[in-house]
Unconditional design. Sequence first.
Length: 227
Amino acid sequence: MPGTSVLDDIELIIEDIGGGKKPPDGRDGGDSGDDGAAGGEGRHVPGASSARKYAIAIAVGMVAILMFFMALAAAFLVLRATSGGFGAFHWPKLLWFNTVILLASSGTLELARKRLAAREENGFRQIWRLTTALGIAFVMGQAIAWWQLVVAGVYGSSSLAAAFFYVFTVAHAVHLFGGICALLYVGLRKFERGEMTLVAATEVASYYWHFMDGLWVFLLALLYLGK
């Protein structure tokens, strides 16, 4: 759309995060000079601008991560098709179990959000902690899978296939660790007096977590089909 930046488009998509609409005429919700405006139009909604700020940052971050992995995927496919010595190796079966754990974490995250929507905060926090534990278990499982490969004599220098496997899985685990930090932040912080509401924080964290889950499924399929 002419005259509209990418960030503006992202903000329009997620502007309702935090429970409020974007104030008209570019105002941030402060006094408009008409203190008697009916219905409180133009009044600032607590947490809305802060939630938008974090949501935009997450959206931009996800785009950057996606571009990074797409570049790696393109290199993988080109070298897989042109290199005569790409190599192959047997994956640890633990990878499939790790995948189930990660997918389960997306399910428990959504269940936690439903509990929060039903104003069951205790239930929300219990299931949110379970989601966090599943995320940590996935990363630990990946570390065990790498150790199993090393014990079997498969290193990053063994072949192009092994090199790409380590690059894809390690890079994903590093970015997923950022998601674990976000889950811990939401689970441990008190939002009663903060700029951002608990509902908005869970919404923003869920975007990133589901994105990383979907990215892992894509990478696993890419590596499997490229064997």
